[in-house]
Design a protein around this ligand. Structure first.
Ligand SMILES: *Cc1c(COP(=O)(O)O)cnc(C)c1O
Length: 358
């Protein structure tokens, strides 16, 4: 029996991509698979994401890994290239790039490439992380259009900073700015990631760029993916390696941060922060044991964590526990820990056994 296993349901992945298409039928899908497909396994996800029209990654190594596994669909570097030496690699491997700054533009202008590169000009429409400022937009367009190393037509994208917050007006403002800047431009446009495509219809445009929702995790605080019609792709499991009696007044684990208020049974699971389960998970964070939610009791250790099974528990050594996934949304666990489910699924370590089911 493996200590910790992440089961990846490729059926759920397919169903989520289908759902994205239903929700945004006019848009092509750029499936975002950065960071090892949000911890789900880049190669398996990329080769099974049949509903995707292209892929988005953050690092050139991720794109090359996909090419090495036989992926032929377009791949976009969402932050662009980091050094001019990458440009010939993009050409050879048919990888598209974002251009978001003067340095990238200058590198393209100075390069000598055999074939032009597909370029997405990234506009800072209000998030103020990456992208060219609106006042610099037309000069970037002019120079990119004049550059022989850039395939025509040019493409345009931007990214939302608060699309998961439905009561904020900034997303609408970003959308309007992006649409007005690119109005009349010939090339394709992309604005929405998961929250955008789910909640901001106007932002869907030619391409949507779903990441988290494709993995069946909600980008919103107050709605789980299942409530939105999506299925969790990852289920993280472990099992009980001990069921112990703990008396009222006794404390469990490092630092004694949990003290039992009653005689009870404590279950020890074979998973800890060495597997990527956050050490910061406080007492009370839910774990699913034999179909019922039980609270973490005591500090998460490197290889183990402890849960209060209750005085009447019949759970046995070897019984399975679900840390998140189907029946226990990662969003809910993340809320207890004070993080987002993106971080939970992305941070599993190589010690976790990956299992793929179809
Ligand atoms: C990560 C990323 C996405 C996907 O975001 P989700 O919220 O996971 O859907 C889309 N576009 C860009 C530029 C990104 O960096």
């Amino acid at each position: 029996m493996k200590a910790a296993t992440a089961t990846i349901n490729l059926n759920a992945l397919a169903s989520n991509l289908k759902k994205v298409k239903e929700q945004s039928p006019e848009s092509k899908i750029m499936a975002v698979v950065k960071a090892n497909a949000y911890g789900h396994g880049l190669q398996h996800v990329a080769t099974h994401a049949h509903g995707a029209d292209a892929f988005g990654v953050a690092r050139i190594e991720e794109a090359l890994q996909m090419r090495a596994s036989g992926v032929v669909k377009p791949i976009l570097l969402l932050e662009g290239f980091y050094s001019s030496g990458d440009l010939p690699v993009l050409v050879t491997n048919n990888i598209q790039t974002v251009v978001h700054c003067e340095e990238q533009l200058a590198a393209l202008e100075q390069a000598e490439l055999e074939t032009p590169v597909v370029v997405w000009l990234k506009i800072d429409s209000g998030m103020h992380r990456l992208g060219v400022r609106p006042e610099d937009f037309s000069s970037f367009v002019k120079r990119l259009k004049a550059c022989d190393n850039v395939a025509k037509p040019l493409r345009y994208m931007s990214h939302f900073g608060c699309a998961d917050e439905l009561d904020k007006s900034i997303t609408q403002e970003q959308t309007e700015l992006f649409l007005s800047l690119t109005d009349g431009c010939e090339g394709e446009r992309s604005l929405a990631a998961s929250a955008g495509l789910l909640a901001w219809e106007q932002s869907r445009l030619d391409w949507v760029r779903p990441g988290i929702i494709m993995y069946g995790v909600s980008p919103f605080n107050d709605k789980t993916a299942s409530e939105l019609g999506y299925r969790p792709v990852m289920t993280l499991k472990s099992h009980l390696i001990s069921v112990r009696e703990v008396k009222k007044g006794e404390s469990v684990g490092y630092g004694g941060v949990w003290t039992s208020k009653r005689d009870t049974k404590v279950g020890v699971l074979a998973i800890g922060y060495g597997d990527g389960y956050p050490r910061t998970a406080p007492n009370g964070t839910p774990v699913l044991v034999n179909g019922r939610e039980v609270p973490i009791a005591g500090r998460v250790s490197m290889d183990m964590l402890t849960v209060d099974l209750g005085p009447n528990a019949n759970d046995k050594v070897g019984d399975e526990a679900i840390l998140w996934g189907e029946l226990l949304p990662a969003e809910k666990v993340a809320a207890h820990i004070g993080t987002i489910a993106y971080e939970l699924v992305t941070k599993l370590t190589s010690r976790v056994e990956m299992e793929y089911i179809d």
